[in-house]
Design a protein. Structure first.
Length: 383
């Protein structure tokens, strides 16, 4: 009886392997999958004009050009896209870091009367601006540059923690001078945040833009409640407080990026020399999740477990890949449709042909959790 069961299992496995080989020859990528693998159109060709690269190299040594450093980091990862992280451990790429003291001091941003606090901290703010003049100058440069999210298809993200503190110091310095300068800077910040939100192609960048917008809106609401302004200033600021438009709310590219990165990682295993920067990425994602009010593991609950194969051989059939593509496409369509419920991966995959080998090497352990991120964008819109 035991030998009979073993024989039956071997026959089943042989049949499935045969079907797998045949599938690899006969199955073609679906129209949906082909569309999802198409990258977003690029509007900036010169790296010198893209503030995303300045974001990558923002904390590099004062003796180095941050845009050139960012481009070098991006180019290293681009050589093996989807398998290399942005490496901040190399050279002096993370030399300029904000100290815990200034991070703590700028918590007055959320105090009941931040304007009074800015005046009280006037000397501290001036000293901090002088201490971090390189980062402040880079931040002013950042606000004046066009933006395109070249992180699409990549595993890494810029380090956003120092960016947020510099952003607060920039606005605090404005208000420590006078209210008019502070309002002007707050207006620039809101315009910058909304532009990044609209053009973000990756989820961490999308969430960081939402965090910075909320940061500005919280301060703006307190300023307006504590001071009387002319109708002209109120009208200027009210334009920035308008509801998010469709492009700003859209999650199409961040969701599609998760699919593209997942496909890259499923094609072949990581090499040992490709893990530099992975710890930095995890720390950065956890920090973004915390600032956005999400669970620390929110980003970890997203990846669909694409098949990694056995002994370096990808055993996932094209039909299974097409099913995954159908799921991501359904998510994108549901997200962009108001009040539409998100599809379940089990429901989408159940209607697609999957072999025994597919179920074995690519089981569905958990549902990717997109709801917290979608809710976060809705909260930004509501504010």
């Amino acid at each position: 009886m035991r030998n009979l069961l073993i024989t039956i299992c071997l026959v089943v496995v042989c049949i499935e392997v045969g079907r797998l080989v045949q599938s690899g020859v006969q199955e073609k990528p679906s129209v949906t999958m082909t569309a999802l693998m198409e990258p977003p159109p690029r509007t900036l060709e010169s790296p010198k004009t893209n503030r995303y690269l300045l974001l990558l190299g923002f904390t590099t040594s004062p003796s180095l050009d941050p845009v050139e450093t960012g481009f070098a980091m991006w180019s290293e990862a681009e050589i093996d896209r989807g398998h290399r992280y942005f490496n901040y451990d190399k050279g002096a790429r993370a030399q300029l870091r904000m100290t815990p003291e200034i991070v703590q001091a700028l918590q007055t941003w959320v105090s009941p009367d931040p304007l009074a606090k800015f005046q009280i901290q006037n000397k501290f703010v001036k000293n901090s601006v002088a201490q971090y003049r390189v980062l402040m100058n880079r931040y002013r440069q950042l606000l004046a540059m066009p933006f395109e999210d070249w992180g699409y298809g990549h595993l890494g993200t810029p380090r956003f923690s120092d960016l947020l503190v510099t952003h607060r110091l920039f606005v605090a310095e404005g208000f420590s001078r006078n209210v008019a300068t502070g309002i002007d800077r707050l207006e620039k910040e809101l315009s910058f945040g909304r532009m990044v939100l609209a053009k973000a192609k990756t989820l961490p960048t999308k969430m960081m833009a939402a965090v910075m917008i909320d940061d500005d809106v919280i301060l703006l609401s307190k300023v307006l409640s504590l001071r009387h302004f002319s109708k002209a200033i109120i009208w200027r600021l009210s334009k920035l407080a308008r509801p998010l438009n469709l492009t700003e709310r859209s999650m199409r590219w961040p969701i599609q990026n998760e699919f593209v990165v997942g496909m890259s990682r499923s094609n072949r295993p990581f090499r040992s020399n490709s893990v530099a920067g992975s710890e930095e990425l995890e720390t950065n994602k956890q920090w973004i999740a915390m600032r956005a009010g999400l669970n620390p593991d929110a980003f970890e609950k997203l990846p669909q477990p694409f098949a990694t194969g056995v002994l370096g051989v990808n055993l996932q059939t094209q039909s299974a890949v097409n099913a995954d593509a159908s799921y991501y496409d359904a998510i994108i369509k549901a997200v962009d449709a108001p009040h539409s419920p998100l599809p379940k991966i089990q429901d989408v995959v159940r209607t697609s042909p999957r072999t025994f080998v597919d179920r074995l090497v690519n089981p569905i352990h958990q549902e990717p959790t997109w709801e917290p991120f979608l809710q976060r964008i809705m909260e930004t819109d509501a504010r």
